[in-house]
Each structure stands twice: as C-alpha cells, then as structure tokens.
Design a protein around this ligand. Structure first.
Ligand SMILES: Nc1nc2c(ncn2[C@@H]2O[C@H](COP(=O)(O)OP(=O)(O)O)[C@@H](O)[C@H]2O)c(=O)[nH]1
Ligand SMILES: [Mg+2]
Length: 457
C-alpha cells in the first residue's frame, strides 16, 4: 500500500528569511506540480532529482501566493526515502501557512509530529538511534550534548550495537548447531567459546552503560549543592559563581530559607548550582522546612560544595552533617572568608573530607573563584565519556536488560545447564539490544519516541 503524501512547515515559528514547506510521499511531485509554476521550462514532475527550480506557488485559480524555490529529491535518495519536494518561500508566518494550505488542498495530508523521520526509519534511511539523535540534536543545549547527537546521527551507536548483535547471533548459531547435531560432541569447545564471547559482550555493554550516566548529566546537568552552617557565605558564593545578585546575603544567620537553583556552564557541562538554608538545629518553623529541603537537595546531589568559614574552621556540627552526605556524590571543600584568616590550614579540612580537594576563597573579595570553578569543571569532566557512549535513558534501559540476560547466560553456562537454555538467554540479550536500533521495536515504542518530535521533522 502506498503511503499518503504528507506536508508540513519544516522551519520554526516566527519571522525568518525563508520558510520551508516540506512534502513527502509517492504523490509529492504531483502535489507540488499542482501548486508550483516554474518561471520557465518543464513542470516539476519532469525535473531531475536534486535540482532547484525558481517559480511561484499559486492557487488553483492561478493566483500567486508566494515566490519560491522548489527542491526536488526523488526517493530513495531523500531524507524519508520517498519522493520529497521542499518549497522554500518567504519566512513570514502567513506566507508559509498559505503555501502549506495550497499543498493540503492539492492532496497532501498534514504530517504528524516526527512523521518525516518515522518514514525515514521505516524505509531504512536511519535506525532508531539515529532517529532519536535527530531530536537530541534539535534540543541540544551544550556543545557536548550536540557532539553526542552528531555522533549518534552519524551511526556510531548503530555500529556498536550492530557489531554486538552480530556477535551474539554467531554465538547462537554455534549453539544451534550443537542442539541440532549433539552427536558431533562439540559441546565442550562451544561452551568455552560462548563463555568467552559472553564476557566480551558484557564488557562492551557495561562500557556503554558507563556512558549513560555521563549522558544524563550532559542532558540534565550536574547538580551541585552549596552546603554548610548558616553565615559561612553560601549565598555570597552562589552570587559570585552566577555573576549576579541572585540570593539574599545578610549578616543574619538563617537568611536563606528555600533552595535556590541557578545554571552555569563549566567545562562544557551544564551545572545546576543550588544555594541552601544553613544546616543547623532551629526552632523557627520556616527555617526547619528550609533545612529539610537542604537535606533533600543533598540526597540528590552529584557534587556537594562543603562550605566552611575560615574564621571558624571545621566544627563538630560540621563533622556531623558531612558524615551523613550521600556516598555517591563528589565533594569539594570550600574554605570561604579566607580574607579573615589567610593562615587557615587547608590540609586539616582535606582530611575531614576524606581526601577531597579543598580550595580557599573569598566570596567578598572574589579571590580563589577561578580555582573553585576549575575544581567543579574537573568533577563535571569526570563524567566525560566518548560521544558514542552517551546513550539516552531509553537506550540505557534496553542495554541494561541486555546486560542482565548476558549475566543469566554466564550463570547458565557456569551451572553446566543445557546449551539450549544458554541460547534462550543470548536471544533475549539480542532482542533487547535490537530495541536500541529499532530492529525489534514495537509500534507502541515508535509512537512514544516520535511523539516527542515537532511537526515538520
Ligand atoms: N569577610 C568576608 N565576609 C564574607 C565573605 N563571604 C560572605 N561574607 C559575609 O558573611 C555573611 C553571611 O553571608 P551569606 O552569603 O548570607 O552566608 P550564608 O548564610 O551561608 O548564605 C554576610 O555578612 C557576608 O557579607 C567573605 O569571603 N569574607
Ligand atoms: Mg544564605
């Protein structure tokens, strides 16, 4: 069954130099021919692929709607793999809207969100990891997130997953031969080979999962929390780091009651910096809620900036809350108000923080801030991974299931159970990995993915 021809505005809303209306499908050229008059020469249907024609978009009555360039790209050498025509007209809201209306009247249907890319996927022009990279690229907010999307768009994840699945397929074929011809007594050798293969695949899969955390931080940002006793200068530090008077600073302890979050970018990684209420026991009901919120922010932190007042040093109350910090979070000791006590012994604090880096700063004078930023950037950089490894949450979930099945296979082998049981585990891993590239993705999953797209993409 031939797919309907779809049309949509492919450029963003608002005014621009040009606006593009895109059409794709078996009748794209026919529809375009009805609404586009070339200035001279043959009608669009007679033009060669990948050529540009100057002319006018017209109504059925021949009235001019807009001046335009028509780009003809015949399938399969087009984005969707189908015949595609793009009409590049003037970038006003009304101009593109009126051109689109002509296309819809001439027989095209309005495209659904992501429908062009979905067709590209269904026609084998892209795999699912590349299709997802299209939307990640459009939404990228930092250089690294963009580089990861470009890498996936180029097929890096497709290749990695493809190679893994091929390897699994080979191992399954070996096992099938054993199951079908047990009299050949190949089993001992096969078991060893499959065990080695499983270990290799698992190592590769775990490498990818290592990138999942980094990918998440790139997309969602590194959560860094300023914590410490009241009045040590947390709010002053936030204001310095975001270069703006965002948080209220006073000499009155307990000024900050709610958690304030601001974004900065360090080392290509978005960092969400949280200022918090000081950690202390208090009778003030509002401050108590603030302290509870601080603890909540701490429990979700990737990085805790442990702020100490240089004039006071590390007290017993500090040791208490530091001991309760979440295991997984990185730490940086920040000795503020170093202007008041330039002789502060930094080594003492480093010890109290289990060897974490410590920097001396003065939020008031602005000293030591570069060193602090460099330390934060270093922590952010620890979530560095090659771009190809920066898989998204959906991909990570499928890869994690593949890892589980591979571990099951290892277990089954170790227990000396039948090879047909090992084959079942390997097949399950192979299926799970296929969800990343889309070979084994169901309709529902595709709906879910492509509904995140914008119309016209
Ligand atoms: N001398 C000095 N005073 C500071 C410094 N940083 C902050 N302060 C002062 O310390 C007090 C508390 O600061 P604030 O940022 O509100 O602390 P917070 O309660 O931890 O958020 C204010 O009076 C600030 O002016 C610093 O580096 N040196
Ligand atoms: Mg404060």
């Amino acid at each position: 069954m031939a797919e309907e021809t779809i049309a949509a505005i492919a450029t963003g809303a608002g005014e621009g130099g040009i606006g593009i209306v895109r059409m794709s499908g078996a009748d794209a050229l026919k529809v375009a021919e009805r609404i586009f008059r070339p200035q001279r020469g043959r009608p669009l249907g007679g033009r060669r692929s990948h050529t540009v024609t100057y002319g006018w978009v017209v109504t059925p009555g021949g009235e001019r709607v807009d001046e335009a360039l028509a780009v003809v790209m015949r399938g399969p050498r087009s984005y969707t793999g189908e015949d595609v025509v793009e009409l590049q007209c003037h970038g006003g809201q009304l101009a593109v809207q009126r051109v689109l209306e002509q296309a819809l009247q001439a027989g095209a249907r309005l495209a659904e969100p992501g429908e062009f890319t979905r067709r590209a996927f269904l026609n084998g022009r892209l795999d699912l990891s590349q299709a997802e990279a299209v939307i990640d690229l459009i939404r990228a907010k930092t250089d690294r997130a963009m580089a990861a999307a470009v890498s996936h768009l180029g097929g890096s994840l497709r290749q990695t997953i493809g190679a893994l699945r091929e390897r699994l397929m080979e191992m399954m074929a070996h096992l099938e031969a054993d199951i079908d011809f047990p009299e050949l007594e190949l089993e001992v050798q096969t078991r060893e080979e499959v065990a080695a293969g499983c270990a290799q695949c698992l190592a590769e899969v775990e490498r990818l999962l290592g990138g999942a955390r980094a990918g998440r931080i790139l997309r969602e940002g590194l959560r860094a929390v300023l914590a410490g006793r009241p009045n040590v200068g947390k709010s002053s530090l936030l204001n310095r780091l975001v270069r703006e008077n965002r948080a209220i600073v006073t000499e009155i302890p307990g000024t900050t009651r709610d958690v304030i979050a601001e974004w900065i970018e360090l080392g290509g990684v978005p960092v969400q910096l949280h200022d918090t209420a000081g950690l202390r026991a208090t009778d003030d009901p509002v401050e108590r809620i603030g302290v509870a919120r601080t603890r909540e922010a701490l429990s979700q932190a990737h990085l805790v900036l442990v702020v100490i007042d240089a004039a006071e040093g590390l007290g017993p109350e500090d040791r208490e809350w530091i001991a309760e910090l979440p295991e997984g979070a990185a730490r940086i000791g920040v000795v503020n108000k170093i202007d008041l006590n330039p002789a502060f012994d930094v080594a003492e604090l480093r010890e109290g923080l289990g060897g974490a880096p410590v920097v001396g700063v003065s939020a008031e004078r602005g000293t030591g801030l570069q060193a602090l930023e460099a330390e934060i950037a270093r922590v952010a950089g620890a979530f560095d991974a090659s771009e190809e490894m920066l898989v998204n949450a959906r991909q990570a979930e499928a890869i994690r299931r593949a890892a589980d099945h591979l571990r099951d296979a290892q277990e089954t082998l170790a227990q000396g159970l039948g090879v047909e049981l090992v084959a079942i585990d390997l097949r399950a891993a192979w299926m799970a990995l296929g969800e990343v590239t889309g070979e084994t993705a169901g309709e529902e999953l595709l709906d879910q993915i492509f509904s995140r797209f914008c119309i016209g993409k």
